[in-house]
Write a protein that binds this ligand. Sequence first.
Ligand code: SAM
Length: 285
Amino acid sequence: MGKANQDIAAPGRVKEITSQANPAIKEIRALFQKKYRDRQRIFIAEGRKLIVDALDQGWTIRTLVYAKAAGAEFETTAARAVAAGGDALIVPEKLLSAITRRDNPQMVIGVFEQRFKALETIAAKQSEVWVGLDRVRDPGNLGTVIRTVDAAGAKGVVLIGDCTDPYAPEAVRATMGSIFSVPVVKCTEDAFCQWRPRYSGLVAGTHLAGSVDYRTVDYTDRPLMLLMGNEQKGLSERLAGQCDVLVRIPQAGKADSLNLAVSTGVVLFEARRAALVLGDDGDTQ
Ligand code: SAM
């Protein structure tokens, strides 16, 4: 068989399923639990646009589940998934509710293979910006940060230490599809600190005790690794010690701090200010 033929996935199967007790449906429902996601290294994404984007970007689909009552465009998406080697399951809408635990579910969900990049692949490349998250715990925060990184044109996210799972359904939902375009690295604090001396970009930590106003830093002269602290405990002392600069966002009012995802957005858009330009057609960059 020629190389070109070997690269083409064998088509998946199409099946109609009506029972929650079906093993394929049980397996998908189990993906709401982290231990099954970790074991199988797959995750659920909901909604046709997300799934089409993911297929366009070459993500590997295992299964597509869609409502029998969905329109013709869903059948086209299912045909794409099957051609890419995934199985297509046609189900009643109430089964989609049972899978997604939602009263008004999306008409289609996809099960995709997870992807993580290795920390060693991050090099200080001109104008590349990464966001490092220290022990982020809230899936909504993580998803929102991934979406923000995407919108700011930053490169990716590094999850340092005991972080929530980026492939949890709540996190994936909060990314609004950016999970498919933002590379995610996962590492321990030890591994990050060992890698740090080899990184020649600026490492800027955000800290409530930072002595530098985040607006006064020149983010344009080297690549950037922006470190954000845990929701309760802030940035660990050890990670703060790895930073070239600790920046603070000046605040008014009585709030102790900003939300993690909000503060990431504030600093990230400042750091990317020079690179983000509104074009004539309203698009950025
Ligand atoms: N109690 C925590 C502390 O003492 O740091 C609050 C953490 S805050 C909710 C989560 C993270 O958002 C912080 O670790 C920091 O990275 C960032 N952050 C929030 N407000 C900030 C501010 N005003 N200046 C700099 N960073 C801030």
